[in-house]
Design a binder for this molecule. Structure first.
Ligand SMILES: C[S@@+](CC[C@H](N)C(=O)[O-])C[C@H]1O[C@@H](n2cnc3c(N)ncnc32)[C@H](O)[C@@H]1O
Length: 258
């Protein structure tokens, strides 16, 4: 299942939130969003998720259970301001090495500053690159993580194939992403929060509502748990499974390169 499709005039289209845009246009629009929000990204994450993103990220790291040795190498894609990579390094008793890869230099800049303050820089490398074209040799990493990143990538199928390529045999893929809410009352509350409160808080805190409008719309356009699990399998991964968090507001997908 690919996320790009042919438009009426024969060109390729993909979704940018609820809008259809030309295939080549999405990445530039996404990059603008994250350039605009980079400095306020961490604060807004707490506001948007009412702090829940911290618990979901902690659960992701518990599922990964990073090896506590210096040969353990993780690639955190769409790593932004470093939340996942920091947790991985700390959970490994500061032994593992994490590469934080992101297409956006503004997000990585905030991440590198935070890493210095936390004295984690020795265990981290920051790389500005595209998830669809990873600048690494095949079979390089023990684990590939991506949190709240994959729905922003224009060609999810390409990014998943790249994940498979750079993982070592026996390596693990973990994807944390907003997903489909499966509780009847929660879905209404969640809709009201997403479409009314989040863009307003975004405007109040960052001066911009539009990036947050995109973020909530992009969540609704992302494949549901089962469909995304199928895509992971199609990229070559085995033993694909998922776990819902908070009634499916977020889900953690797992796959192995066997
Ligand atoms: C919502 S943030 C997630 C940041 C971090 N993983 C976290 O959980 O806090 C999404 C990130 O995806 C990055 N991104 C979007 N498209 C990308 C691509 N094609 N390749 C790599 N990173 C991308 C953005 O620049 C942004 O930093």
């Amino acid at each position: 299942m690919a996320d790009s499709r042919t438009s009426a005039d024969g060109g390729m289209e993909t979704s940018y939130g609820f809008r259809e845009v030309a295939d080549g246009e999405k990445q530039g629009l996404v990059n603008e969003v994250f350039h605009k929000v980079a400095k306020r990204y961490d604060v807004m994450n707490d506001v948007m998720s009412m702090g829940l993103h911290r618990a979901w990220k902690d659960a992701m790291i518990a599922a990964l259970n990073p090896r506590k040795d210096a040969t353990y190498k993780v690639l955190d894609v769409a790593g932004g301001t470093g939340d996942i990579a920091f947790r991985i390094v700390e959970a490994s008793n500061r032994l593992a090495h994490a590469t934080v890869l992101d297409i956006n230099g503004s997000m990585l800049g905030v991440g590198a500053e935070r890493a210095e303050k936390k004295k984690l820089s020795d265990n981290l490398t920051f790389v500005e690159a595209n998830a669809e074209e990873l600048p690494f040799e095949p079979n390089s990493f023990d684990a590939y993580t991506i949190a709240f990143g994959i729905r922003n990538v224009p060609h999810i199928d390409v990014a998943l194939k790249e994940a498979y390529r750079v993982l070592k045999r026996g390596g693990r893929l973990l994807v944390l992403e907003f997903s489909e809410v499966d509780l009847p009352l929660l879905d209404r509350v969640y809709d009201a929060w997403s479409f009314n409160a989040i863009p307003r808080f975004g405007k109040a805190i960052t001066g911009e509502a539009e990036p947050y409008q995109y973020l909530v719309e992009s969540i609704r356009k992302f494949p549901n748990q089962q469909d995304f699990a199928t895509m992971i399998g199609e990229a070559g991964f085995s033993r694909v499974s998922f776990t819902n968090y908070t009634g499916g507001i977020a889900a953690l997908h797992s796959g192995w390169k066997l």
